[in-house]
Design a protein around this ligand. Sequence first.
Ligand code: 3PG
Length: 308
Amino acid sequence: MKILVATEKPFAAEAVDGIGKIIRDAGHEMALLEKYTDKAQLLEAVADADAIIVRSDKVTQDVVDAAPKLKIVVRAGAGFDNVDLAACSARRIVVMNTPGQNSNAVAELAIGMMIYMARNCFSPGTGSEIHGKTLGIHAYGNVGKLVGRYGKAMGMEVYAYDPFITDKAVFEADGVVPVDSVEELYSKSRYLSLHIPATEQTKGSIGYDLLTSMPKGGTLVNTARKEVIDEQGLAQALEERPDLKYATDIAAGNQAELEEKFGKRVFGTAKKMGAETAEANINAGLAAANQIVGFFATGCTRFQVNKF
Ligand code: 3PG
């Protein structure tokens, strides 16, 4: 089988070597398309691919149409909002993710961004400490859990809300305080770490009302997705509340405007870098390769995220 690794944002070299070894040891062939700048390059590369490994690369209807032999797509990472599940399901193409494999890297970045904002973007002058402050975790999945654990290690008072976890014991086992609603979470959290996926339900759901309910000095840290933010609501909240701050790993549509207007109260990484560690690349990339090899060997569909 031909397995294409298509990554506009490439994996670390060590991860690519490891992926190649897994693929070749199982008797398959690897093709590599990195740092492509044009969709046409992806469309050409998928023409004879039986499987694809991607990161945030968009696997849209035209990509599926250009890949007549495609049987499986593995998103090496957690969020699969970049893959058109309906287009894949219509062709009975299995889509998987690799949950948990890059979570630590994202969690470390979230904590780093909190400290960066608390210290005024490392510029001269008096900052503050995150120790002793409240931290809200919005969605308690693999990344959220780790951010909670690291926040507690830093002496933060950690609260969490996850609409899909009704058993409070899940939070309490980690020493995290569960709250009953998203509104309660924001109103309690000096720091709010966002870990919700981008879905039809969550898109544009974090805006003016939630942000302005945060306590004085409220800081929203977004290592999740740009789409979940109501950008106009965010701008309005920052305008009306000069104490609020926003740090994001995924540039807002109006990022330049926000940074110009609100200075050091707004920070965005140059390019999404939450999962950009060698360790995360190796974990997620090798997991993706092993999942594809397992799928072709035994039909194993563990981690499949689409239904057909
Ligand atoms: C994920 O969903 O796993 C993260 O957003 C990482 O995305 P990336 O592989 O594009 O860095």
